[in-house]
Design a protein around this ligand. Structure first.
Ligand code: FAD
Ligand code: UDP
Length: 361
């Protein structure tokens, strides 16, 4: 008899498992994959390079409580992610900053007068969607150069068909700061994400079952409550129809050279079928004579990596969320359980809050 059945060993499920086990609850955590860690899973490939199986993951947060909690399970490698975009034959910093403008336009704006450029190009419009979000800050030309093609590739939708939050993730800078994130706490787990999550789950009150879809064992195992971090539409047997997700094909290449590119990630908004190339050694700091890169090819079918933020999908999700509310003792969280385009820190924060509520309950 378990107090909790937790479905999914990603950051959501593992955070819940750890916090519940610490309070003396007996937890069974299951995953249909053959490993723990969810989409943050990393491993050493055949060439001895630490890679992220489901795409590059960089940790960043402004939530001290999340940083402190995760720091119980790992040391951090100090890392600030940097991204360049290949545009008009040049590599320019992303998010757009002072140097992006000067490089693209051959200008020499400085910190004190760059506002003149932005004032000239930005549009005074009401922001309804992901296109407006960009155009209101940098105008049509930079939107076309950096956002339109990338977004169409990534989502198979034009930015005007997506919620404004999608492109709001990328700020516009009036200075030279070329870091992708400016959160107070940033870094990479010193020994990788899988090790971090392994440590979270390493508790006498936690049992782990891999290679198991929870539906295979639900009837056979006794438990009081369930925390579900899989796709919410699957839980309800798609009774209202399938929620759309965007998937990716990852193409890994290991090269016989020390480094492939200057920075962690290079985006290709207007060239190739892939969106970006990431070189893991920049993220992990690993030393090797070889290097592994990954190209991300967006696609429709496959693992549900990205909930697609737009009105009709939210409405469909809300039908499932209403069903979920009717259930006693089943809690839905995580990127898939809440159909929410959330980073790792947000799913950890949500999980911490849920456990707080349950334990007070
Ligand atoms: P998941 O990690 O998806 O875990 C859910 C788990 O549930 C999976 O292991 C799955 O196998 C299991 N499961 C599902 N259904 C069942 C079932 N029926 N039975 C048993 N098990 C089941 N976030 C950042 O903060 N920084 C980044 O740089 C970053 N980069 C990303 C890059 C990519 C390409 C992607 C796709 C995401 C990225 N994210 C990043 C987001 C990050 O992956 C998520 O925030 C985080 O992994 C969500 O954790 P989760 O536990 O909610 O879900
Ligand atoms: N985006 C873009 N061009 C870029 C970078 C981002 O158009 O060079 C848009 C695109 O729609 C992308 C979104 O901004 O999906 C969010 O980017 P982010 O890098 O946060 O995506 P993620 O890492 O979650 O895939």
């Amino acid at each position: 008899m378990f107090d909790y059945l937790i479905v999914g060993t990603g950051f959501s499920g593992s955070t819940c498992a750890n916090l519940l086990a610490e309070k003396g609850n007996r937890v069974l955590i299951v995953d249909k994959r053959n490993h723990i860690g969810g989409n943050a899973y990393d491993y050493y490939n055949d060439h001895g390079i630490l890679v992220h199986k489901y795409g590059p993951h960089i940790f960043h947060t402004n939530y001290k409580e999340v940083w402190d909690f995760l720091s119980r399970f790992t040391e951090w490698r100090n890392y600030q992610h940097r991204v360049l975009a290949y545009v008009n034959g040049k590599l320019v910093p992303i998010p757009i900053n002072l140097d992006t403008i000067n490089l693209l336009y051959g200008t020499d704006y400085n910190y004190f007068n760059i506002n003149k450029f932005y004032e000239k190009v930005k549009r005074d419009i009401l922001v309804h969607n992901a296109r407006d979000m960009v155009v209101s800050k940098v105008g049509e030309e930079l939107y076309e150069l950096i956002f339109k093609g990338y977004t169409k590739k990534q989502w198979d939708l034009y930015p005007e068909e997506l919620d404004k939050e999608v492109t709001a993730r990328i700020p516009v800078r009036y200075n030279r700061d070329d870091r992708y994130f400016t959160d107070r706490y940033q870094g990479m787990p010193a020994n990788g994400y899988t090790k971090l999550i392994q440590k979270m789950l390493d508790h006498k009150n936690i049992s782990i079952l891999l290679n198991t879809d929870y539906k295979e064992i639900e009837g056979e195992i006794k438990f009081s409550k369930m925390i579900y971090t899989g796709s919410i539409d699957y839980y309800f047997d798609y009774k209202y129809g399938k929620l759309p997700y965007r998937s990716l094909n990852f193409k890994f290449e290991t090269l016989d050279r020390e480094y492939y590119q200057q920075v962690g990630t290079v985006n290709y908004p207007n060239d190739y079928d892939f969106t970006r190339i990431t070189e893991f050694k920049h993220l992990t700091g690993q030393q090797s004579a070889r290097t592994t890169i990954v190209k991300e090819y967006p696609c429709g079918e496959g693992e549900p990596y990205y909930p697609i933020p737009r009105k009709e999908n939210r409405e469909l999700y809300n039908l499932y969320a209403e069903e979920a509310k009717k259930l006693d003792n089943v809690y839905f969280i995580g990127r898939l359980g809440k159909y929410k385009y959330a980073n790792m820190d947000i799913v950890v924060k949500d999980a911490m809050e849920l456990i707080d509520i349950i334990l007070k309950g």
